[in-house]
Design a protein around this ligand. Structure first.
Ligand code: FAD
Length: 414
């Protein structure tokens, strides 16, 4: 028997296992998935917990329920991959051999990478919503917060779901308006980017939305430290931003074992070919989802489109044929903008987010770079789609490659 070992039972690892199981002969291949945690969390739901829309129980399921029959789940922390021996060692000393390895251990917030973020103020004046615990605690704080200076800060790019911090400030604006205290809240969005978002057309549009909501935008801010004694965010070029409540998106890093195994870049993201996900150094190691260093958004939608391309490629690869699928960096993200509305962006390695309609040209039902109620419902419906269509490996009628059909080639006014 040949062994396919998948490290990480998150979005990418679960989809890859469930899609490959029916296509790999059960008498020829075993599939084993390794994860350190028994629960699977629907991470886009983190955004809604601080505002009371979801409870933690709404977004968590046991992983064992999500894997198709014939896929083995091993609970354990990966300690190191030994590529020369084709062996993975777990923290408790167990060893798992493989013929093919898929690394899908994601990327995770690391408060320890920034001075002052990991101190006594965390959970008091400094919060995050990129973890279940952080989002839950922040919800408790926001529900009876009396107002003041709320600063949302991205420490460094890349982060997973790069639009999530923007969504957070849009939802905060709507939340405090509804609570009748918006005039007592000063909202500031602090980013290392030179605009509200990475790509110019979307950055203009989203920057305009911040303006409309009287949310201050502080750009090119390279966070050096959080000075908890003075409640001050400090940059390397000595700018200072005071806060009463800091909502941080810490540095996001891949798992430490990636570094220990000599497979990663400086942020522990696995170095792979951006079109096939094959390791640049090893012919039997792939990385999928946020764990890889491909230069597109780190998002569940990317994991979905990527796994679609990967599955056919993988079957060619193990048959000794060249891989014919070429991933184009396709990403799409709903952006919740408050008051029951949202936007959608759709882009790839070469094409930035543009206005238009998606997925059907002229019809939609979703509008690109435009606030609509349909986009808000699309975002909320996505949770059902995630559990019932994407994770089980069922087909969603959306092509993996980005399409220009439906996109308007016009500039969006700032
Ligand atoms: C606040 C927020 C909002 C988001 N909103 C959206 C959205 O609207 N749309 C969208 O498309 N995406 C969104 N995302 C991003 C999306 O959730 C991720 O991109 C996606 O989950 C990545 O999947 P993955 O499989 O690569 O990693 P993950 O799903 O994070 O899975 C990684 C798995 O690896 C395991 N693991 C890690 N290290 C080890 C180890 N050493 N040993 C064993 N197991 C290990 C972890 O326990 C985890 O189960 C959002 C993310 C956040 C945080």
């Amino acid at each position: 028997m040949k062994q396919l070992l998948i490290l990480g039972a998150g979005t990418a690892g679960t989809m890859a296992a469930n899609k490959l199981r029916p296509r790999l002969g059960a008498d020829e291949w075993t599939i084993t998935v390794v994860d350190s945690k028994p629960e699977h969390v629907y991470q886009p739901g983190y955004l809604f917990i601080p505002f009371g829309t979801y409870e933690p129980a709404d977004i968590v399921k046991p992983e064992a329920q999500l894997l198709t029959g014939g896929v083995d789940l091993v609970m354990g922390e990966v300690d190191i991959v030994k590529p020369d021996e084709s062996v993975v060692v777990l923290a408790d000393g167990r060893e798992l051999g493989y013929d093919q390895l898929v690394i899908a251990t994601g990327t995770h917030p690391r408060r320890d990478q920034t001075e002052g973020l990991d101190g006594d103020d965390y959970g008091v004046t400094v919060h995050d919503f990129y973890t279940l615990e952080g989002a839950t605690r922040l919800g408790e704080v926001l529900s009876d917060w009396e107002g003041g200076r709320l600063v949302v800060n991205i420490v460094e790019m890349p982060i997973k779901c790069p639009v999530a911090p923007l969504e957070f400030v849009f939802l905060a604006d709507a939340f405090f308006t509804e609570r009748g205290i918006r005039d007592r809240v000063e909202l500031t969005y602090v980013t290392p980017l030179d605009g509200a978002f990475t790509k110019p057309v979307a950055a203009n549009h989203l920057g305009g939305m911040l303006d409309q909501r009287a949310i201050s935008l502080e750009t090119d801010f390279m966070t050096m430290e959080v000075d908890g004694d003075r409640n001050m965010l400090v940059s390397y070029d000595e700018r200072e931003i005071p806060y009463d409540l800091l909502v941080t998106v810490p540095v996001n890093m891949g798992a430490d074992f990636v570094d220990r195994s000599g497979l990663g870049d400086e942020l522990n993201h696995v170095e792979v070919d951006k079109h096939t996900f094959l390791s640049v150094d090893h012919d039997n190691i792939f990385a999928l989802g946020d764990a890889s260093n491909i230069p597109t958004s780190k998002a569940g939608s990317v994991a979905h489109f990527a796994v679609d391309v990967f599955v056919d490629n993988f079957l060619e690869h193990i048959a000794g044929r060249p891989m014919t699928g070429q991933f184009d960096g396709h990403a799409n993200c709903f952006i919740e903008s408050g008051n029951g509305k949202g936007l959608l962006i759709d882009f790839n390695y070469d094409v930035e987010p543009l206005p238009g309609k998606y997925p059907l040209p002229g019809i939609g039902p979703f509008s690109l770079l435009k606030e609509t109620e349909a986009n808000h419902w699309g975002k909320l419906m996505f949770k059902w789609t995630y559990w019932n269509v994407l994770l089980p490996g069922r087909e969603l009628p959306l092509p993996a490659q980005m399409s220009m059909a439906g996109k308007d080639l016009i500039e969006v006014a700032p």
